[in-house]
Ligand binder design. Structure first.
Ligand SMILES: NC(=O)c1ccc[n+]([C@@H]2O[C@H](COP(=O)([O-])OP(=O)(O)OC[C@H]3O[C@@H](n4cnc5c(N)ncnc54)[C@H](OP(=O)(O)O)[C@@H]3O)[C@@H](O)[C@H]2O)c1
Length: 335
């Protein structure tokens, strides 16, 4: 089945993509290899072939999620060229959970080699700097990525969680094909912090991560009791005891609108992201075939201008409560 596509560089990339992070950690329900592989296989079969991973995705272990992707490609006999494979480097996690942001050129090259090994491939389609290293000039990190591109190890260069200013500097060293930032009905920061403008001006694709608000907008987390002790969302201020009830008010309003339209909240959320402009690609995450299919159903949803205005009114009436990340991690975003 051929899905509609949007441009990343000169490639036509199918939308929506598939975020694989939750398969190997972070949220409830991770770690079921059989189910994860079945979901990846179904994604390939259904034409959902823009897959997103990172070297840090894993439960206190680096490369776990990349290895899962490599395993799925091999076990399911998925031709490598069928998948537009994106991964990320530079956000190292120690076993105790502490992190080191590293954009040093020698590290970038070593990280790429390690990810190629984990993925079981000899090239990466889109290689993002996951977090910007404040101690290494962006020009140096981008210089290393340019060399990797020239060596054929990576096809396109991306940056995740950069500021518009950093993006412009980076794009002078090497052509940036995509930025990846949180963007959803729950997080609209890039509309006003200059990132949408910079992407449009420079012809850079905008990859919207957590388009389902980490499961809140899609309704899979209805109460804090839905979060198991191992679920990382406990740490997110938007899921805190104080903020969660306020955020649920927004979700309930959006769910009413979805119901009126005869679509699911997840479908409305993904369709809304894609409706913003044709340079956006959403990468909803799921570990379940049924939800993957539901999310692909977002492609059939059209949102009228009147509905767009209504949604905007809802977003303005129910401002999001809490920051996107815990304080210790907020310092590493929009850098
Ligand atoms: N660059 C970065 O710093 C960064 C940060 C975060 C995420 N990401 C990327 O973005 C991807 C997506 O973001 P995300 O996983 O954080 O959040 P998300 O896509 O907003 O939400 C994922 C959550 O929604 C649930 N879900 C999925 N489809 C659903 C549906 N139809 N109905 C109800 N619930 C549904 C999933 O549960 P089930 O698995 O149980 O379906 C999961 O708990 C990640 O996988 C990762 O690749 C990047």
């Amino acid at each position: 089945m051929a899905l509609p596509t949007r441009k990343i560089g000169s490639d036509d990339v199918p939308i929506p993509g598939l975020g694989a992070m939750g398969m190997s950690g972070w949220y409830a329900g991770w770690g079921d290899t059989e189910r994860n592989i079945a979901t990846l296989k179904a994604a390939w079969e259904l034409g959902c072939r823009f897959w997103d991973t990172a070297d840090i995705y894993g439960d206190k272990r680096m490369w776990e999620n990349e290895e899962l992707i490599g395993q799925a490609l091999k076990e399911c006999n998925i031709p490598r060229k069928d998948i537009f494979l994106a991964t990320k480097f530079g956000n190292w996690q120690n076993e105790d959970g502490s992190r080191v942001i590293n954009g040093k050129p020698e590290y970038v090259k070593a990280a790429c080699e390690r990810s190629l090994k984990a993925l079981g491939t000899d090239y990466i389609d889109l290689y993002y700097q996951h977090r910007v290293d404040k101690n290494t000039p962006i020009e140096e990190t981008m210089g290393a990525l340019k060399e990797l591109q020239e060596a054929g190890k990576i096809r396109y260069v991306g940056i995740s969680e950069c500021s518009a200013d950093t993006l412009r500097r980076a794009n002078k060293v090497v052509k940036i094909a995509a930025v990846q930032i949180e963007y959803s009905l729950w997080e609209t920061g890039p509309e006003t912090n200059g990132l949408f403008d910079a992407c449009k001006e420079l012809g850079i694709a905008f990859v919207a991560y957590s388009p389902l608000g980490r499961g809140l907008i899609s309704g899979s987390v209805k109460s804090r009791a839905d979060l198991t002790p191992a679920d990382n969302r406990w740490k997110h201020p938007r899921f805190s005891e104080e903020n969660f009830p306020k955020n649920v008010e927004l979700v309930e309003e959006l769910a009413k609108l979805a119901k009126q339209k005869g679509v699911t909240p997840a479908q409305l959320a993904i369709a809304w992201v894609h409706a913003q402009w044709d340079g956006i690609l959403a990468i909803p995450g799921t570990t379940r075939v049924e939800r993957l299919k539901e999310n692909l159903g977002s492609l059939k949803v059209t949102i009228t201008p009147a509905e767009m205005a209504e949604i905007r009114k809802i977003l303005d009436s129910f401002p999001r409560a809490g920051t996107r990340y815990p304080e210790a991690m907020m310092k590493d975003v929009n850098v």
